[in-house]
Design a protein around this ligand. Sequence first.
Ligand code: CA
Ligand code: CA
Ligand code: CA
Ligand code: CA
Length: 320
Amino acid sequence: MYPFNFAAGGESRASLFAALRVPGFDDRDSEMIVGFDVRGAIPSDAGRLRYKILKAELSVFVENNNAFSYDPTPDPLASSYATSDPEYVADTDPSKPIEVWPVAFRGGFDTLSWQETSPFFGGNPLTESVEGVRYCYPALLDNFQQPTDMSRQVRQKLPGSPITVGRLFDGSNHELTPGALVPQGTRVRFNLLEGNSNTYVYLQNAMNKGVLLLSVATLEPTTGGPGGGTGGITYPRIYTKENPTAGVLGLEPKLSITVAYTCDADLNGDDVVDDADFQIFAAAYNELLDARADLNLDGVTDDADFSIFAVAYDELICPS
Ligand SMILES: [Ca+2]
Ligand SMILES: [Ca+2]
Ligand SMILES: [Ca+2]
Ligand SMILES: [Ca+2]
């Protein structure tokens, strides 16, 4: 997802950079959308409550060498504001973290119809950048899974966080030192279960559809244009599956996901409905705007869901 991408879905590497507060460009300007079709491994279309996500880890691999520094922690959004902005705060560690977001769509696309060759907006590529129009965008989701486009989060000062930020590991699985330059081949690992209840439901919906799409992005700005200009490249580039080296070395984007496929009320996926599930239910019930235990699928967890949960809890065993 980049307005001037001449080979959508065919690039051998994906640049991640921001165009902060530049009119005509989204703040999260160049993103990598990764997609995984799990229909060969996990039965789809059973209703999202059947899918209990026990583990979900995305890995992507850095293609450029020592071009940016490792920031393992979220930065305040205000550290990306103009320094003249009264709300500006300094970034206390080098660079910006690499983020992963749920995606949502405009232009009539959805998870199954949007393809890696789909246009950014209108035709592909654009001849002139337009902000706020990209067909596939990083989304902040509410408990109804209603999306807000976070592409222009900095200029719009929108509150909200990605699912999580990446942790970086070398080939021996040792985490890089925060602040260190990031060598080629570094693994960027995202624990997708670090997100909130809305992103958990997003993962469940993805398993129900059989396809998971995610946006990998950063607020690390490009200086002097996407080629780096006179400032040089200070942002991550990521191996795509089209990259011949990635194919040989196994550096394509990877999803590792473990899903229990059980009855709706078994909220932790161990095939019984007991106190452990009640604890999850109670946590969602206390929040109300939390759809993890939304057994009647109206977007909230309330008394109506408890009536359904209580029946299964009395039975203990998941009905087959
Ligand atoms: Ca940080
Ligand atoms: Ca930082
Ligand atoms: Ca259980
Ligand atoms: Ca409900």
